[in-house]
Design a protein around this ligand. Sequence first.
Ligand SMILES: *[C@@H]1O[C@H](CO)[C@@H](O)[C@H](O)[C@H]1NC(C)=O
Ligand SMILES: *[C@@H]1O[C@H](CO)[C@@H](O)[C@H](O)[C@H]1NC(C)=O
Ligand SMILES: *[C@@H]1O[C@H](CO)[C@@H](O)[C@H](O)[C@H]1NC(C)=O
Ligand SMILES: *[C@@H]1O[C@H](CO)[C@@H](O)[C@H](O)[C@H]1NC(C)=O
Ligand SMILES: *[C@@H]1O[C@H](CO)[C@@H](O)[C@H](O)[C@H]1NC(C)=O
Ligand SMILES: *[C@@H]1O[C@H](CO)[C@@H](O)[C@H](O)[C@H]1NC(C)=O
Ligand SMILES: *[C@@H]1O[C@H](CO)[C@@H](O)[C@H](O)[C@H]1NC(C)=O
Ligand SMILES: *[C@@H]1O[C@H](CO)[C@@H](O)[C@H](O)[C@H]1NC(C)=O
Ligand SMILES: *[C@@H]1O[C@H](CO)[C@@H](O)[C@H](O)[C@H]1NC(C)=O
Length: 881
Amino acid sequence: MECPSGLRSLSLLFLAGTAASSSVLRHRDPLPAGFVNAPYYPTPYGGWADDWSESYGKAVDLVSQMTLAEKVNITAGRCVGNTGSIPRLGFPSLCLQDGPLGVRTTDNITAFPAGITTGATFNKELIYERGVAMGEEFRGKGANFYLGPSVGALGRKPRGGRNWEGFGSDPVLQGIAGSQTIKGVQEQGVIATLKHLIGNEQELYRMYQLNVQQAYSSNIDDRTLHELYLWPFAEGVHAGVGSVMASYNAINGSAASQNSYIINGLLKDELGFQGMIMTDWLAQISGVASALAGLDMSMPGDTVGNNIPLDGYSNWMYELTRSVLNGSVPVDRLNDMATRVVATWYQLGQDKDYPPPNFSSNTADRTGPLYPGALFSPSGVVNEYVNVQADHKVVAKQVAQEAITLLKNNGSFLPLSTSSPLSVFGTDAQADPQGINSCTDKSCNRGLLGMGWGSGSANYPYLDDPISSLKRKVTNVTYYATDSFSTVPAPTSDDVAIVFVSSDSGENSYTVENNHGDRDADGLALWHGGDALIQKAAATYSNVVVVIHTVGPVTMESWIDLPSVKAVLVAHLPGQEAGDSLTEILYGDASPSGHLPYSIPVSEDDYPASVSLVATPTLSQIQDTYTEGLYVDYRHLNKAGIKPRFAFGHGLSYASFSFSNASITAATPLSAVPPARPAKPASPVAGLNATIPAAAEAYWPDNFDRIWRYLYSWLSTSEADAAYKIGVAGTQTYPYPDGYSSVQRAEGPPAGGPSGGNPALWDVAFTVSITVTNDASAKLGGKAVAQAYVQFPSDAGVDTPVIQLRDFAKTGDVVAPGESATLELTLTRKDLSVWDTVTQNWVVPAPDGRYSVWVGSASDDTPVVCYTDTLVCESGVTGPV
Ligand SMILES: *[C@@H]1O[C@H](CO)[C@@H](O)[C@H](O)[C@H]1NC(C)=O
Ligand SMILES: *[C@@H]1O[C@H](CO)[C@@H](O)[C@H](O)[C@H]1NC(C)=O
Ligand SMILES: *[C@@H]1O[C@H](CO)[C@@H](O)[C@H](O)[C@H]1NC(C)=O
Ligand SMILES: *[C@@H]1O[C@H](CO)[C@@H](O)[C@H](O)[C@H]1NC(C)=O
Ligand SMILES: *[C@@H]1O[C@H](CO)[C@@H](O)[C@H](O)[C@H]1NC(C)=O
Ligand SMILES: *[C@@H]1O[C@H](CO)[C@@H](O)[C@H](O)[C@H]1NC(C)=O
Ligand SMILES: *[C@@H]1O[C@H](CO)[C@@H](O)[C@H](O)[C@H]1NC(C)=O
Ligand SMILES: *[C@@H]1O[C@H](CO)[C@@H](O)[C@H](O)[C@H]1NC(C)=O
Ligand SMILES: *[C@@H]1O[C@H](CO)[C@@H](O)[C@H](O)[C@H]1NC(C)=O
């Protein structure tokens, strides 16, 4: 999302064009052959999952007391990310706040490491702890919603601008990390918002902009959607996420914010989602159609549907009230929308002592406009500077450190000795000299790259930069604060050069050094001449250590094999704790334990052409067709037999780990088709009054002090009466989409169930236990990661990737030389299934067949295999890739 204050929508709106009427259906270009836009109606009511029933009971009770205007009031915001309130019933305005790595646009917070960094730790417990700390900070600032985590973009496109907000280019890594984050955040009573549903894999042309440009269409086949892109959303719903955000783009030609198949069908029926779904900011393009397709909240409430920015125009609010009175939006749909919002608030316990917001996204001053969206507003205290940091820098540093991924360490060059003189190169080693928060939303790559740019960024409270940290550690440090190689005194063989380089990306709301969010200008090359800087350093020094701060894969062929390039560390996007987290690794106070959350290719040409950016601006809709199917990142490279430079999951340690003593245990017996889903209970929402209410419920109250340009849910008496007349007459009908129905389906889809889908999908089928030992001769201890990849039986009769990550585990403690630790990995029924497009269910293609479970420290280093048919494990084997 973007623009917390709504004010930034100005820049979007001045793009010109003619006014789009919210009721006009946009023309759509034909989809590529084979893609259909299937209707799915009506929106299934929420409230049929056991673990939400108490919250729905309370919510239905509250909603039953609401007027029409009150129900509508809580389904959209008014200029900022704040919903309307219901003063009469004591229901507060809810505050929605970015972003995935910390509370955005405020102070006295922690700037945590980014999602991609978090994924690289492969440490489930630590990911959860980061979530706990972020949840405490959002709550402390009084934000009801944490607008994260991001699990879409999944990372299909290596150049995609926002991949770094998520956890890596694999659905299981995204799913586990997303769920751990959700649990940590929501245990603090904060509503997490899983985003962006779905197919939001590039930034360029992501938005509908008036009638000038349509958002691109991500054309995704059913199986690929289920096995890759929807997977982490299913895991997040299973973890109990309260809210979901729809993406800007279209899927199969239909905008994500009004795609009935995605929202009604997949999210609310198949995944049994009980919470509420909102738009991304300004993404709503219709009123009635989006309500029917299952949207529950429009954010920030105003839209780009009018030419004049922020003039109080909305597709919902007073228009939604009108649509209910005139019968176009059935009352039960509005009841369901309001109940979903209120039930989510109860589910997270926000009815009990939840603090109101004590910060402003709009200004850093203590006082400011109370209604920042209005041109004229009374002033008051808007910032209380509540310090929410507690000791969160400890977990932030731990994540930054455990993410650091050692790619190369020739001759065990690292760790360094403090007696070696250091020469440090590259502006990325130091904090931005113009100020650590000098670029709005980090929309520049100047100085250390600690996070990407856009709404996924946060202000630094301070920045521990690497050069300061190195100077604290080592006495003889010379820093060359430039990205072009300097003339240096002739080094001795003892001298060490550390070269800092970076690659940045972000949200399409800003262009940075010609990169429009995505890395469209720089591609996978290092920025600021980083390759040349490394080459020149390597020509002068015999000992070069490269440190890379990056949003994703970068190519390294021009220097990786140079003999003087002794060691390479990817420090990802470390956030505020960039310095000591790194120094301690460089000097051996801690051993690196990060692993790559994506592959690093030899060349960008190694990827399928279909994952390139679709970059041709056209007046029609750009078609982005996922012809590579399941074959992204390592799934593609393995299938095509292309060796990457560094494989997905790769990451070295100073310890010397070996795996042994593996065993596999069968738990739940498998059948081809899972046990039938539980019956779908009736929803209490069905008990709410679904008759068109009296027009008087929508009348403006007398003498209301209206704030100019704010959105309200009331209508004038004459407008309300006119709409009501149409509604009760029932003669003028809305042009409902093909396939529309208002009758609730009695049965859900076979794969469906409460909170994520058929619960049997999460039955544990097998557990694998493995012992990891640090060799007694190792000089140092470290934390070890085991990754489990499944290979489907060769006679399964269905095309599957060679191997797919299904679980991972990291040792809780450092394993000292000569010591061992045991790790456990689990495989669920879903992990061993494929999505069957005919039966629309998860099917185990060969229940008694030989699934090979490959275990190791990287996707190309799996020296242990366990077989599900014989329950035998072998060690010292060569993996399949
Ligand atoms: C898109 O089209 C494909 C191919 O017909 C279909 O399998 C898939 O379910 C469609 N997705 C949506 C969201 O309509
Ligand atoms: C809607 O919310 C606004 C802002 O909180 C409030 O002023 C107004 O009274 C609410 N309207 C209704 C119908 O409760
Ligand atoms: C701001 O948050 C703090 C801590 O949660 C709380 O004590 C305070 O009352 C809040 N301020 C306002 C105006 O709600
Ligand atoms: C009801 O109102 C909505 C919102 O203004 C409008 O889009 C729709 O066409 C109206 N329906 C009828 C039948 O007039
Ligand atoms: C943090 O809050 C204090 C007041 O508690 C304030 O003086 C300080 O300026 C705030 N920090 C920043 C970076 O704004
Ligand atoms: C620092 O290292 C440089 C390069 O090796 C060397 O020339 C210089 O004498 C050293 N300075 C000190 C104070 O040790
Ligand atoms: C590793 O270092 C040795 C010398 O210690 C050198 O011969 C070899 O080329 C280096 N290998 C790489 C890949 O840099
Ligand atoms: C072998 O693994 C089991 C768990 O399956 C564990 O209890 C045992 O300690 C391990 N043995 C060794 C020698 O590490
Ligand atoms: C349902 O609402 C309609 C319209 O407001 C009202 O006339 C009717 O009495 C209500 N029914 C019940 C059972 O409350």
